[in-house]
Design a protein around this ligand. Structure first.
Ligand code: UT7
Length: 336
């Protein structure tokens, strides 16, 4: 059977750095509160004219160059995000012509913070069945345009940032499963009973005759709402669970893993997961200090930054786990 291999990665964040001190000028918050509760020191925000697919394009171009392929070899695009350029069609369709590609399938995946591992899983399945051979998998987000930046929205607004990451996944044949680079497995979960614990209510077809009205805007329903404590507790629990499940399925021990790349929602969540699983701190790679939570983009940004930092090398065995709105969560083990 065919397997899939990650052959290149790339990332892009917009140049606009927004520090905690900058935020404290527009809402009642402080650098100390944000660092103590989340570990975030700064994040990137785009300028008004920039779109999610603009960020994605730059990350995709870097991934294509890093994989050393001709972009025409890409036979499918899978784009994870929750920040569409427009209501429809999806971001993958807007990105395709920007990349100069045509006719290949352009698919959006809307699984919030879990979207990138869900997309890797879909790409892996496509490649295993032989349907596609070289897939561009992207996670890209613009949050800064959709946050309540007043004190009322501060619990959410301080956490999120803009950015993009991308990988190229390609068909490979595995001769030595202990050495060759390939995706060992992916594991996907969701629990829709908790959909409203972290969500944006409006606009929506569930909301009367026009999807959105002035009352909804006045009630801030077009901004994200989060039950922070419940999300936090579930994130720790599910990240631990699905990391261990991915290891068990592959008969691996924690010591076999060279690098843990977890979702970046809150530094304290990742510290608690590492503590609970007894993972040494230097094996967990975090980017949240610099970029905040970029939802679907956190994992590919982490990959690209870990490569640049020399922490992720050819042959490294990696475990990734993600958790987010839905609730959704997912994990994967892969050899780089
Ligand atoms: O990627 C999706 C997954 N997202 C997550 O995993 C996020 C999970 N949740 C969290 O990370 C945390 O719950 C937060 C960082 C959002 C909040 O931390 P917390 O320790 O749960 O704080 P809290 O909500 O209990 O708030 C404590 C206090 C409150 O004031 P009072 O009621 O004690 O007077 C808040 O109003 O902190 C206040 N507060 C803030 N103060 C300064 C809330 N946000 C802020 C803020 N700056 N930005």
């Amino acid at each position: 059977m065919y397997q899939s291999e990650i052959i290149g990665c790339g990332m892009y964040v917009p140049p606009g750095v927004v520090t905690n001190h900058d935020l404290s000028k527009i809402m009642e918050t402080s650098h100390d509160w944000i660092v103590q509760r989340s570990g975030i020191e700064e994040r990137r925000w785009v300028s008004p004219d920039v779109t999610t697919t603009d960020l994605a394009l730059k990350a995709a171009e870097e991934a294509i160059a890093n994989a050393n392929i001709d972009k025409k070899e890409i036979d499918c695009i899978i784009f994870a995000h929750i920040s569409p350029d427009h209501d429809f069609p999806g971001n993958a369709c807007f990105l395709q012509p920007k990349l100069g590609l045509t006719e290949i399938p352009a698919i959006d995946v809307r699984q919030q913070c879990s979207g990138f591992i869900y997309s890797m899983s879909i790409a892996d399945a496509f490649i295993k069945t032989g349907q596609y051979k070289t897939i561009l998998v992207i996670g890209a987000e613009i949050h800064s345009k959709g946050l309540d930046k007043s004190t009322r929205g501060r619990d959410v607004a301080v956490l999120f940032g803009d950015g993009a990451g991308a990988i190229i996944m390609r068909r490979t044949e595995v001769n030595d499963p202990l050495k060759d680079s390939f995706v060992y497995s992916t594991h996907l979960f969701s629990e829709g009973q908790n959909a409203k614990e972290l969500w944006i209510p409006a606009p929506g077809m569930a909301l009367g005759p026009n999807r959105m009205d002035h009352e909804m805007i006045e009630a801030n329903q077009h901004f994200p709402f989060m039950n922070g404590k419940k999300v936090f507790a579930n994130a720790v629990r599910r990240l631990c669970e699905c990391t261990m499940l991915a290891l068990d399925k592959n008969k691996l021990k924690l010591e076999d893993i060279d690098l843990f790349l977890f979702h970046q929602a809150n530094m304290r969540i990742n510290q608690m997961v590492a503590q609970e699983l007894k993972i040494p701190e230097d094996k967990v790679f975090n980017t949240i200090q610099k970029y905040g939570n970029t939802t679907a983009a956190t994992i590919p940004i982490g990959m690209a930054e870990a490569v640049k930092a020399g922490k992720l090398k050819k042959g490294s065995l990696v475990a990734s786990a993600v958790f987010g709105s839905g609730f959704t969560w997912a994990s994967s083990v892969y050899r780089w």
